[in-house]
Ligand binder design. Structure first.
Ligand code: GLC
Length: 473
């Protein structure tokens, strides 16, 4: 079974969010299940700068894009048994930023076309192209519109995975003439809501559609989460399902993680204490031995629930705890955390940046991990936090509901503290329950920490489910 996994990011080469982790871990897990897995992604500037020597040049050709012919170079590398292909075009990808350019629609339309065009030049025809998120969403449409006359393309099946419905890839109709060059009869396949919508086309045309947790798959059919796309997703129930992500348990392992101040395991927990002390030193926080560290490692954007934190921030900090934040995003939230760290310099540390090294140190050093998301397709941080021995505090939505079961404080069972309604004081109540548990229920706390660290968050069962669907296709 040959799988080509198309993605806009894949760790370690480039990682902006959870998609980057998934695109590294899932193909690796598929290879372990016996698939021949390859990944294709754009050759961004930062990859060129850092990995140039390791990438092997394969070939180049031109990609037809509406009325133009556009250059495409292919580079390759191997990570374990997974082959990585890189799409090179300096005009589109030699930029400092990955997303957020005015011409992202065109950049990723080019990427999708280049991925398909590449197959005949490298002589790799996969059984399945597994396309992820809006950036790869044009692949099923292009395959249908432009490649059916070539024999080798005809058997290829497509799977599309929604990692986040918030970003769909929308452009004006005129985009087709300038970039897509679609024959008229295909316009209904991509016209939705008064514009072109890349994700809509992938949802309609892919052989299978998945999303990254079971609860999110159900939620997406409801207007609160799926918005105008909810009836479309309800209409494709027959080919749509949720598969909850795992994490790479070799990479995220407090026994092996090279970024930690001190490594540890369930059997030798001393290192967690040291990690916490060193983290405080490192971030300039007060050494208040007893107080728990409440951490957030997140993109600082609206749907991650930051307005709840903003609303009760001073009440939250009237509790005996320290707050550590890492991430970037909307200026409003970045500044809110910066301001808090000025107001509570000994108890709040705001790290407004992307920092892999610090994120490991935070997972290891924190006691409580907050994810009050308004929506959360899956979420990986809560699983990493649990594996590193922290107790998550999450809203019961999407993958958070699927991966964090509520703690029973008397018995020391369950995994974390949860709340239902999107309400700041409900969140604060969950924090208060967690604090009470932390201070008053030490033996039960230890029990929960242990079982969190031992829980199975591996990709194995999810990879098995993907394989079963690929085979059914
Ligand atoms: C997106 C989602 C996140 C999910 C990740 C990987 O980043 O927001 O919830 O875990 O994709 O699927």
């Amino acid at each position: 079974m040959k799988i080509l996994f198309a993605t806009a990011e894949a760790a370690p080469y480039i990682k902006i969010g959870g998609l980057g982790d998934v695109a590294a871990a899932l193909p690796k897990a598929l290879a372990q299940e016996g698939a021949e897995a390859a990944v294709v992604l754009p050759l961004y500037k930062s990859i060129k700068d850092r990995y140039h020597g390791e990438l092997e040049y394969i070939t180049s050709f031109s990609v037809p894009l509406a009325w133009r012919q556009v250059y495409c170079g292919i580079f390759r590398s191997m990570v374990g048994s997974v082959t990585y292909y890189f799409i090179d075009n300096e005009y589109y990808f030699l930029r400092d930023s990955v997303y957020g350019n005015y011409d992202d629609g065109e950049r990723y339309a080019y990427f999708c076309k280049a991925v398909l065009e590449m197959l005949q030049h490298i002589d790799f025809f996969p059984d399945i192209i597994h396309a992820n998120d809006w950036q790869c969403a044009l692949i099923p449409l292009f395959l249908k519109a432009f490649y059916q006359n070539i024999e080798a393309y005809r058997p290829i099946k497509t799977m599309f995975t929604i990692h986040n419905i918030e970003y769909q890839g929308q452009t004006p109709y005129s985009f087709s003439e300038d970039v897509l060059g679609l024959p008229k009869e295909f316009m209904p396949d991509i016209s939705f809501g008064g514009c072109l919508n890349f994700m809509f086309s992938a949802i309609c045309l892919s052989d299978k559609v998945t999303t990254v947790s079971e609860t999110y798959a159900t939620e997406l059919k409801m207007p609160y989460y799926g918005k105008e796309m909810s009836p479309v997703l309800s209409g494709i129930s027959y080919k749509f399902c949720g598969i909850t992500n795992g994490i790479d348990t070799e990479l995220f392992d407090p026994q092996r993680d090279p970024h930690l101040f001190h490594r540890y395991s369930v059997k030798a927990m001393g290192g967690k204490k040291i990690s916490k002390r060193r983290l405080r030193e490192y971030l300039g926080l007060q050494q208040d031995e007893d107080a728990p560290i409440l951490a957030m490692v997140s993109r600082l954007v609206g749907h991650k629930g930051l307005d709840l934190v903003e609303y009760v921030r001073h009440e939250l900090l009237s509790r005996r705890l320290q707050l550590v934040v890492l991430g970037t995003g909307d200026e409003r939230f970045e500044n809110m955390f910066r301001e808090l760290s000025y107001q509570y310099p000994e108890r709040v540390s705001a790290n407004i940046r992307f920092d892999q090294d610090l994120s490991s140190k935070i997972y290891a050093g924190c006691d409580l991990f907050l994810m009050p998301s308004k929506s959360e397709p899956c979420g990986l941080s809560q699983m990493i936090a649990m594996r590193y021995g922290a107790i998550p505090i999450v809203r019961e939505t999407g993958g958070l509901a699927d991966t964090v079961s509520p703690v029973n404080p008397e018995e020391g069972t369950g995994q974390g503290f949860t709340f239902k309604s999107y309400n700041a004081h409900d969140m604060l109540d969950a924090v208060d329950r967690a604090l009470w548990f932390y201070y008053e229920k030490k033996p039960e706390l230890k029990k929960v920490i242990r079982s969190n660290m031992e829980a199975d968050f591996s990709w194995q069962s999810a990879a098995g489910r993907y394989m079963a669907i690929y085979k059914s296709m």
